[in-house]
Design a protein around this ligand. Sequence first.
Ligand code: NDP
Length: 453
Amino acid sequence: MSFDYDLFVIGGGSGGVRAARIAASEHGAKVALAEEYRMGGTCVIRGCVPKKLMVFASGYSQRIEDAKAYGWNASGDSFDWPQFRDHLHTELDRLEGIYRSGLDKAGVEIFDERAVVADAHTVKLASGKTVTAKHILIATGGHVVFPQGIAGVELGISSNEVFHLEELPKKILIIGGGYIACEFACIFNGLGSDVTQYYRGDQILRGFDEEARGLLAEEIRDRGVDLHLGTNVIEMERRDGRVWTKATNGREDVFDQVLFATGRAPNSGGLGLEELGVELGRNGQIVVDEYSQSTVPSIFAVGDVTDRINLTPVAIREGHAFADTVFGGTPRPSDHELVASAIFTQPEYGSVGMTEEEARDKYRIEVYCASFRPMQNAFIGKSERVLFKLIVDQDSRKVLGCHIIAEGAGELIQMVGIAIKMGATKEDFDRTVAVHPTISEELVTMRTPVRTA
Ligand code: NDP
């Protein structure tokens, strides 16, 4: 049976673009890709990239304060949001162009329109055109989820709208305690907004290392975020152009913006998948095997739509492994073990491997932990502390997990991730000579466990 294409990719984000490019340029497949919005997906258009540029922008206010304490004559009393925002969008346009030209160069045919699956080998485009493909890859990502049952919830915004705000909110409420909520609490705080954060649980960043969560919550508060745990919004109303809110603890307050960062869900609906017998999980995620193959053999899926580990580099790896497996003749399962990640709060939190709580359930462990005021802060009387924590298996001596809270923790955890992925033991860390004076030398100088379990 002959097809129009060897591969049709639905979704032009990180995973889909990587799969399309590798299949076409490295394995000679005839590939088409459909994207209904902008090339680059969540990461480039409304996620990691614009967020990180906002992290950079927001970090300067603290640096200016620190610079003054070091003797610099500096002032940073105002931030020009429209100038930054317009520059940000120029940069996103540039990056989108790079994604598009990468696909063009690889010979991938691009359809700038929505596509849905009509049968196991047929894709229907919004224009009405129908094409066939031997393989179909769903890489449609995820979407923001707003909570149910809050009166006036539609007055809130999500992270999608943040990058387009007409003006910087003077006072903002952020709902949630996950990656996005904590990152934007720090971003707006750094940009000069008055930030309140409500999280319904007893500590932010559920699932991360408890000791690290505790320190990070303290640091975020010390930097000026008014963080309320065990608190949620229950009612919202428009009042005098602002948003009045009532919380579960009875607290009433008025904000310029209310940002919901209450999770995301896979974009699997309306694609014709269920009708075809593609199995979806409870969250709507496409159920796939280790080769990203769905329950319909010609249909594969990568990235957030599969809800495995919802991170850009993981989607890229999944897309690449799919292309090598299906078109390169080298079956390669996606590797989801020991994926390092960073939360770009201020300070940052980088982690890889197990939390102390997870490790304690499975192994006899030693915990090495150093939390201290770095010399850069001590010199100017700044109280902010850093944390370096290693969790070690007492039997194999392997380092099972590493948690770092510090400026630049995202950069540091990438390096530690290599050692841990290679199976480094505590003794491998110990025989590595320190780089002095740095804060990360603690990683190789912690000699005595703070506890065993
Ligand atoms: P998360 O799942 O990390 O966090 C969602 C938060 O919303 C949780 O604190 C959750 O509380 C809370 N929540 C859920 N439902 C409600 C509700 N009805 N009322 C109040 N609070 C609620 O999702 P995010 O949206 O922050 O991020 C989505 C994903 O994007 C992340 O999981 C991550 O994979 C990825 N990401 C990665 C980044 C990075 O690598 N730096 C940055 C940003 C996103 P509870 O804990 O109680 O469930």
